[in-house]
Design a protein around this ligand. Sequence first.
Ligand code: PMP
Length: 362
Amino acid sequence: MTEKIVFTRGVPPPEAFPTEQMGECFDAAVRGDAATVLQYGQQRGYAPLRRQLAEEYGVSETEILVGNGSLQLQDLVASYLSGPGTVVYTEQPSYDRAIKTFRRRAAQAIGIPLEEDGISVDRLEAALEREVPAFVYLVPDFQNPAGATLSLEKRRRIVELAVEHDFWVIEDVPYRKLRYEGEDLPLLREIDASRVITMSSFSKLLSPGIRVGFMIAPEPLIDAVTALGEDTYLAPVLPTQAAVAEFMGRGLLGPNIERLKELYTPRWKTMSDAVRRELPDAQAFIPGGGFFVSVMLPEDANTTNLVGRGKDAGLVLTPGAAFFADPGDGEAVPGDRFVRLPFCAVTPGQIEEGVKRLASLL
Ligand code: PMP
């Protein structure tokens, strides 16, 4: 039987989890601070973890909120900043779950085309002339789903535009620390924090199951989102946050990230090479890090029922259209030609075989 190859899962594989160390940290965290972590409370998140994050990002603890994964915080932020009358802008393509969340909260989530160096700033400026959104949602580093990284020049211009036109920029950076080549670019908040909300997560650096994500924003916004969180989940899940604090306090996070990079680098290289070799006519996004390579297939590629035909050939793909918000101007969305290729949870052998199968389907 043909081995099924799964190119849908943007999650860490089981071998990525620091299981023994996490077990010890859970034990120490719960036994060490039971009266706090087994109780309701700490609505902004576990205080020692907020302190560690505040120090790392050079902000005040009052500008940090740690919640149950970053997606829930995104949903709370969207419900606070937008409503039935507002629009929000996303990259196009963008993270599918964020698009869904925003669609539920705002009148419209409008996609602005993504280029190899991030969102098209020309198109963003044109859109701003028509309507100023409640916020622009960006994944500036190793974007999900495309893999693109926002250039320094565009980072500078976007924070300028945010101040000039008075809108928020959400920079969502869960993949930022998984860089396999090149140099870090500054966070948007490091250029000008005044209109920037930074979101990140331990899902890709430690474990998604622990549900620990955080946001950094000006204090009034943190207060408002904390209040919404309290109404939603009463108090965040503290034992996992305390385990993360313990993990960081023991100095284990940096070495764990290095270990993950060693695990993922051969997978990233194999995927990048296989895409260049097997799909030479596609426009490929080859990132310097993260979880995803992606391709925009040529217009003459046979993309009819690609997901269904892939399944028959033992290749599981996500429908590209899921990542495309409404372009808002009647322009055709090339979602059918877009293929996201997550490489972290598949072996180099599976990657080679999967990309060959994809090429043969086209
Ligand atoms: N943002 C992006 C861009 C993601 O890719 C993901 C996870 N796939 C999330 C947010 C959600 O992260 P969390 O597990 O912290 O909710």
